[in-house]
Design a protein around this ligand. Structure first.
Ligand SMILES: Cc1cc2nc3c(=O)[nH]c(=O)nc-3n(C[C@H](O)[C@H](O)[C@H](O)COP(=O)(O)O)c2cc1C
Length: 201
């Protein structure tokens, strides 16, 4: 028996079925406080051992926007410039410094991670990308549209925005209230059905 949906049809449409990776947005600003509010919701999504490695840089000033757009691949620049708010999602390579809050490890785990930057980096990367997915859904739940961008110069972005910090950029987000006339994302491409993507062993 399929499980009945806990969310009504409108909520499912808002979060998944009608939501697109918008290029066009309504002519309405998005305040950085919205990102804070969405974070306060989506931070509760699970991460491995509760490491919570996602960090968000809201590029609100003209200078920060120009830096973000300037490090994007050519084909992404105009699309990013179209978005009312740009956010750089990063992982924190020193996520173990907040073990006092996250309870993600003991003193000996801290020492092991401190000595193994490669392990920290890979844990931070996978956890942050998982949280980036929660962030997308959280933005949609707040009535916003978002397009993610992986096409940018990560080393250059990190040098420009996170110099001397342990944050490493993962993905950019162009965020705004949806343009209801035309999302600008083109014809929707397909997804695999459960018959192709789900196996029961
Ligand atoms: C991790 C990630 C990286 C992406 N990188 C880019 C990018 O560099 N440029 C771009 O135009 N779209 C990029 N996209 C957008 C995807 O192409 C888009 O989300 C996908 O085709 C689904 O579109 P839909 O939500 O409108 O169905 C990226 C999406 C994700 C999740």
């Amino acid at each position: 028996m399929p499980t009945p949906h806990s969310l009504d049809a409108d909520a499912r449409a808002l979060l998944f079925l009608d939501a697109r990776s918008n290029v066009n947005f309504a002519d309405r600003p998005v305040h950085a406080d919205v990102v804070r509010e969405v974070w306060e919701l989506v931070k509760w999504g699970p991460t491995g051992n509760n490491t919570v490695p996602l960090r968000l840089l809201v590029a609100e000033s003209e200078q920060a926007r120009a830096t973000v757009i300037g490090h994007a691949l050519d084909g992404n620049r105009a699309k990013l410039a179209n978005a009312p708010l740009l956010v750089v999602a990063a992982h924190d390579e020193r996520f173990h410094d907040t073990f006092d809050i996250t309870g993600a490890g003991t003193a000996s785990t801290y020492e092991r991670l401190e000595a193994d930057a490669g392990r920290r980096s890979s844990m931070a990367h996978s956890g942050a990308m998982l949280q980036a997915g929660y962030f997308i859904v959280g933005l949609r739940a707040a009535g916003l549209a978002v397009r993610p961008y992986g096409g940018f110069d990560k080393a250059g972005m990190d040098a420009a925005l996170f110099d001397g910090m342990s944050w490493r950029s993962e993905v950019l987000f162009g965020i705004g209230y949806p343009d209801v006339e035309d999302h600008g994302a083109g014809e929707r491409r397909g997804r695999l059905g459960a018959d192709q993507a789900v196996r029961v062993a």
